[in-house]
Design a protein around this ligand. Sequence first.
Ligand SMILES: CC(C)(COP(=O)(O)OP(=O)(O)OC[C@H]1O[C@@H](n2cnc3c(N)ncnc32)[C@H](O)[C@@H]1OP(=O)(O)O)[C@@H](O)C(=O)NCCC(=O)NCCS
Length: 177
Amino acid sequence: MLEGKTVNLRVLEKEDLVLFAEWTNKPEFFDEYMSLAQLSISDIEKLLENPYEMKYFVIEKKDGRKIGLIFHFYVLHPSGRQLEIGYALVPSERGKGYCTEAIRIMVDYLFLSKDTPRVQACTDTRNVASQKALEKAGFKREGVARKDFFTRGRWTDDYLYSILREEWKEPKILTRT
Ligand SMILES: CC(C)(COP(=O)(O)OP(=O)(O)OC[C@H]1O[C@@H](n2cnc3c(N)ncnc32)[C@H](O)[C@@H]1OP(=O)(O)O)[C@@H](O)C(=O)NCCC(=O)NCCS
């Protein structure tokens, strides 16, 4: 369990898969900026055992209520791989700073546990909430990837964001112990 001030991140367990499917199969969970996905429990199980080493965490409020997901994975290139994060919150819990804190916790965790020079994130150029959350968590915008994803019937442009280890410097929420 990774403990923050207003939210905790808990590794997704088998018993969370029903809720995972319930959330991800609702178009409003990923909103208009992410692909529509209809996934069975067995599709999700396969997703969790892939070459991208995708790891999901449930975002929980301090009273244990589950409000969203944050995940990390590797983007694979012939010349190497980049560590990337993604996230989504249930609509009723957005705009309260929870995602920003979840991103900060995840960045602490990744720089403390993985020998990586950077953590990156990709967001639709129209997704202002996601851009703000990344910027508040210390990410910098690197540029635009044009027609990067096919989402909800059209090709969309994405901003690539990153935070470097030297910009992070030290844990903001987690400790080294
Ligand atoms: C992106 C998302 C995770 C952000 O979560 P969140 O908990 O609402 O984020 P935060 O509250 O920490 O920060 C969001 C910021 O954007 C602002 N914001 C929210 N919606 C906005 C909008 N439509 N236009 C401008 N600003 C907006 C909030 O006011 C807040 O800024 P502030 O702290 O300066 O007030 C959430 O909107 C979501 O789940 N969206 C659907 C899935 C998604 O897009 N995932 C990201 C894919 S890259």
